[in-house]
Design a protein around this ligand. Structure first.
Ligand SMILES: [Zn+2]
Length: 288
């Protein structure tokens, strides 16, 4: 493929002016607008980038943020996620109920390079792309639809192929994730670039959305079925993790803590679970 002047190294053409750099985290590029970044700064060494739009405040989506900003890019993130971009430690603190975890507890996955945010998505004015609010993975999670009908969805959608490695995708609110997936369906796009995994066309994306929605419903149903007997929060985390086939390691555990609590909170809000404190332990059971 021929190299497009000003574009990041390795960028591939999708449609019109929209390109993307496939990688550990996929990154979009439209005439100087960068959408998320992968981990490799050298990709942008000869690129012209005047703006970086970040889908959400997880460090693997803005690893080159500080580098691009130093080279003149304006960094944009949603209000609810901007603080996590500026201070990735907030994710670690939140994960540990705001107590200060010891360094040994904190896996590399959660560490990141802080990046100042210059503008909020809420004030977006840039014809190269339109922000689309897709909350649930994080509260401020935002997708970007380019003028060429390419939709960058960050971590809002996990493609079917990704579920083998991520059987319990991180979500602060799975019900909100489901709502965002239904919203994606209503958007007029031809191509979809997820944060992780391959570029897909509209037809394939529809199937992946259906698959993701079915998994959320399946996990909810499994929890409601299991919790006819009461379990503590910690037991619920272990039960769901085992059922989903997660590996027994601290990084997986800490992600599951948030996601399982997300499910419990949703089901409680919808009146399908009951919560009480029994023998000083938070305890959940299916509503009678
Ligand atoms: Zn993420």
């Amino acid at each position: 493929m021929k190299r497009i002047p000003g574009a990041p190294e390795g960028a591939l053409h999708i449609a019109g002016s929209t390109l993307y750099v496939p990688g550990l985290t996929n990154s979009g590029y439209v005439d100087g607008l960068v959408i998320d970044t992968g981990p490799d700064e050298s990709v942008y060494e000869f690129a012209s980038a005047d703006r970086l739009a970040i889908t959400h405040g997880h460090a693997d989506h803005f690893a080159c943020g500080a580098y691009l900003r130093k080279r003149g890019a304006t960094v944009v993130a949603a209000r609810d996620d901007a603080s996590m971009v500026e201070n990735p430690d907030i994710n670690i603190r939140g994960m540990f109920s705001w107590a200060k975890p010891g360094d040994l507890l904190v896996s590399k996955l959660f560490r990141g390079t802080p990046c100042r945010v210059d503008a909020l998505v809420e004030q977006w004015r840039d014809r190269r792309a339109t922000p689309v609010s897709l909350p649930g993975h994080t509260l401020g999670h935002t997708g970007f639809l380019t003028a060429d009908k390419v939709l960058f969805t960050g971590d809002a959608l996990y493609l079917e192929a990704l579920w083998a490695r991520h059987p319990l995708p991180y979500a602060i609110d799975p019900d909100m994730v489901a709502e965002s997936l239904r919203h994606i369906r209503e958007i007029d796009f031809d191509w979809l670039v997820p944060g992780h995994g391959v570029l897909v066309d509209r037809e394939t994306a529809e199937k992946d959305i259906t698959f993701h929605l079915a998994r959320i419903a399946e996990i909810e149903a499994w929890i409601l079925d299991k919790l006819v007997v009461p379990y503590t929060t910690e037991e619920c985390i272990a039960l769901v993790s085992a059922e989903r086939g997660l590996s027994d390691n601290p990084a997986q555990y800490w992600l599951a803590v948030t996601t399982v609590k997300g499910y419990l909170g949703d089901l409680l809000t919808r009146g399908l679970l009951e919560f009480s404190v029994v023998n000083h332990a938070g305890t959940w059971r299916t509503a009678s």
